[in-house]
Structures are given as C-alpha cells and as structure tokens.
Design a protein around this ligand. Structure first.
Ligand code: NHW
Ligand code: EN5
Length: 388
C-alpha cells in the first residue's frame, strides 16, 4: 500500500497496538562517515538546488511555486498562499541550515519545479528533549505529480538532516500516512460571514438569514481584558517563562528558549501577532495569545481573490479565562480585517472553540514523527506543538 513509507523508520500499520515495542528512536544513528555523501539521483531532466532565502529572487521563486502548486482543500476551492515575508520567517530560524532549503530545477529552463524544507527544533516527547528537523513546504509542480519525485525529495532532506547529526523529524499533513501520532480537527470562527458565504468557504445555516448570521458573529469594537496589549521585545524573558511552564504539561511540545520566543512569537507585521495580559496591579505577565497570518487564494471567484485567515498559534492562560483571552484575540483579528480565525483542537483549545462560535471544518491535520515511536497514542489535547 505504501511502497515508500514501508521502507522508512516510522510507525508501521502492522505495529499499531503492539505494546512490547519500546518508546523512542526506531533506528539508532549511523556513524556520520556512513551517511551517503552525494545527493540522491533525480530524473535526468532535473537538478538539485539549494535555495538561499536571503535572496529576494530565490524567495520569489519559492513563493510562486507554492502559490500555484501547494496545498488545496478537498474541493479545490482554496489554495494556501504563504507570503514571502512568512516564508523567510518560517525558514530563516535560529540555527537554520541553508542546505535544508532544497529545490529542484528543470535543467533546461532552470525553472523551480519542486521544494522541500527542514528547520532545526528541539522537541520534547514526554521527558526526552530531542533535536529534530521540522519538515514543511513539500511541493511538486502540478505537471510533475505522481512520478515518485516526493520520495526522492524526502530521502534527500533526510540525508542532509543526517549530515548535521540529527536523526528525528516532526511533520504534519492533511493526508494519512504511516502512522499519525494523533489526528487534529480544524475549527473555523467566521469574522466576515458574508464574504465567507459568498466565496463558498461556509454556508448559510438552516433557517438562517444573512442578517441573522452577521449578527451572530458580531464582535465588540475593542478588546475587553484590562492590561491586554501587544507583545514587545522587553517581554521575551517573561513570555518564555510563561510559555515553557505551560508547554510542560503536554506530551509533545517544543522546548523554546528566549531566542526561539523572540523569533517565533515577537510580533512580525503580516506574519505573526502576539498579545499578552500585563496585570495593571503588579505588572506581572499572566496570559499570552498569538496567531499567524496565512491567506488562501480563492480559486475561480469573480469577486474575491484572497481569503484572509488567521491561525491560532500558542496561547497561555493563567489568570484571564481562556475564552475571554481568545475572544479578545478574535476582536483584534476582526480589527485587522481577517475574514476567518482558524484553530486546531490542540492544547486547551477545546475549552473555547464551541463557546466562541467556532465550527468544525472539513479538514483534518495528522501529526507525524520520523524515527521516533510513541507508545501510547495521544489525544490532540496532548499536543503542545503547532507547525506552520
Ligand atoms: S504537508 C503538505 C504537502 N504538500 C502538498 O500537499 C502540496 C500539494 N501536493 C504536492 O505537491 C506539509 C504533491 O502531491 C506532493 C506529493 C509533493 C505532496 N507527506 O511523488 P509522488 C509538509 O510539507 C507520499 C509525506 O508520486 P506526488 C510535510 C505518498 O504517500 N509523504 O507523489 C512533508 C507516496 O508514498 P507511498 C507524502 O503527489 C513531510 C509518495 O509520496 C505526502 O507527485 C514529508 C508518492 O510520491 C506528504 N504530504 O507528490 C515527510 N504526500 O509510500 C518528512 C504524498 O504511499 C519525513 N506522499 O507510496 C521526515 C524527513 C526528515 C527526517 C530527518 C531524520
Ligand atoms: C501543514 N503545515 O482542507 C499544512 N482546510 O477545515 C498541510 N475548510 O479550510 C496540511 N472544501 O471547512 C493542510 N469551511 C491540511 C488542510 C488543507 C486545507 C483544508 C479546511 C480545514 C478548510 C473550510 C472550507 C471548505 C471548502 C470546501 C471549511 C467551513 C467553515 C464553517 C464556518 C462556520 C462554522 C462551521 C464551519
């Protein structure tokens, strides 16, 4: 059934439920001298390229490839449209390896026809902090699909990760592969219901009129929680402490230090937004919330070309109730003209989704680890990790 994945050190279907298998690496590391020194072979019309995301020209090429060929919903109505700024943020992370930003070009035209990326991360699984690669943006041009290019790209990124003495990876996908550590549900909160209905993102509910729908999703003009404000550079130490302490309770979560928090959570225009609650009494930072900006192209609509979507990222509540905190972030997202606010049922998100009028979407997201076995399956609420 999975000619490629059957050969890889990932949980295999035949092993599901086998409690005798130990938790941890599936295969031991091999000596670096035994890691293949040359790239894998591509079909002869294509060549490898390392993508320098500092180059405006290369970044544009990756952007255009993804804009035209990356992930769509199951009815091909929407396609993710990650911005160039977003791609630079997602790929030029603390300690990144340029060699993990891998492209494939057509030899004749030099056109970029495929891409895959890895970034380094420390991921904690139960008590074990593991150096991993987070793999994302795997994309093969629509005209080159089903030619088994993806397995070659996955093997090549694996090889380059191994060359840095890293032996595990984390990734997510909308498709089922051997074998998810857990499966999450996408939820959506309408901010601009009229547009969402007009473009086919959502439907008018039974016995609902447009004006009743607009009223249902109305939000206050300004945030409610005293001390709610945008995160600033000076907040990095306090946010790091708050977040590390919060993420400790999940089975799988990133091990963020101050450098990581500065990169991943400090506001970055049109890429990531973060807010916190600073106690007006003692100036303590008690709560935190964030979202990233990922628009989708609307395919074949006369009136609109882009859906402006915010995606829930890391949220921590210690004093402000989670639903009040998230209601404030919905208000901010509305002020910033987002059409929809999306979230997964990870961490404690279940505690606010229904109350804040999110509805389940038609998409799921499966989480995977490469070369690391987790013995007891985990629920989405055991996940403390959000990949972009
Ligand atoms: S998930 C988004 C992936 N991208 C898209 O969906 C974009 C649109 N689709 C495409 O571009 C986020 C193509 O359809 C792709 C497949 C390129 C997806 N992950 O070349 P063939 C990520 O980026 C398997 C993994 O003929 P294609 C995460 C498939 O099961 N495997 O197909 C990426 C089959 O293998 P099997 C996937 O349609 C994580 C084989 O590919 C997959 O022309 C990568 C068919 O290949 C997917 N999303 O191209 C893994 N989709 O065994 C990282 C299909 O079943 C692992 N396949 O026969 C860790 C590596 C690092 C380790 C370090 C120690
Ligand atoms: C990894 N980094 O299917 C990314 N999105 O529900 C790769 N559906 O937007 C993996 N089909 O339900 C990505 N509207 C996997 C996801 C791929 C994209 C995807 C889904 C997630 C989505 C929308 C639109 C469906 C259009 C037709 C959806 C319903 C919204 C409604 C609002 C009101 C309350 C009920 C729900």
């Amino acid at each position: 059934r999975h000619k490629f994945w059957e050969t890889q050190p990932v949980g295999q279907y035949k092993d599901v439920g086998d409690t005798s298998l130990p938790e941890g690496p599936i295969e031991p590391p091999t000596p670096l001298s035994e890691v293949k020194q040359e790239p894998y072979n591509l079909p002869s019309a294509y060549e490898w390229t390392t993508c320098d995301m500092n180059s405006e020209e290369t970044c544009e090429e990756v952007y255009v490839l993804l804009k035209n060929n990356y992930v769509e919903d199951d009815e091909n109505m929407f396609r993710f449209n990650y911005s160039k700024e977003f791609l630079r943020w997602a790929l030029r992370v603390p300690g990144y390896y340029q060699s993990w930003h891998i492209g494939v070009r057509a030899k004749a035209s030099k056109k970029l026809v495929a891409f895959i990326s890895g970034i380094p991360a420390r991921i904690r699984v139960n008590e074990d902090v593991v150096k991993m690669a987070e793999i994302n943006f795997l994309c093969v041009h629509k005209k080159l699909r089903s030619k088994r290019l993806a397995p070659v790209m996955i093997k090549e990124v694996t090889r380059r990760v191994h060359l840095e003495n890293i032996w595990q990876a984390a990734y997510t996908a909308g498709v089922v592969l051997p074998t998810p550590i857990t499966t999450c549900q996408y939820w959506h909160r309408s901010l601009n219901p009229k547009k969402l209905i007009d473009v086919g993102f959502s439907r008018l509910g039974a016995r609902m009129t447009m004006s009743r729908t607009i009223k249902l999703y109305k939000l206050p003009d300004s945030t409610i929680t005293p001390g709610f404000r945008k995160m600033e550079l000076r907040d990095v130490p306090a946010v790091t402490r708050l977040l590390r302490n919060y993420l400790n309770q999940f089975v799988v979560a990133p091990d963020f230090d101050e450098n990581d928090v500065e990169h991943w959570l400090l506001p970055n225009d049109n890429v990531v937004d973060s807010f916190l609650v600073e106690s007006p009494q003692n100036h303590e930072i008690t709560d935190f919330c964030s979202f990233y900006t990922l628009p989708s192209s609307i395919l074949g609509n006369q009136n609109y070309s882009t859906l402006k979507a915010a995606y829930s990222y890391y949220n921590v509540s210690t004093k402000t109730p989670m639903n009040q905190l998230m209601n404030d972030v919905l208000i901010v997202a509305k002020q910033k003209d987002f059409d929809v606010f999306n979230a997964l049922d990870v961490m404690h998100n279940e505690t606010f989704l229904k109350e804040l009028k999110f509805g389940p979407g038609d998409g799921q997201l499966h989480y995977y680890l490469y070369n690391y076995r987790i013995r007891n399956g985990l629920k989405p609420s055991g996940l403390g990790l959000v990949l972009l």
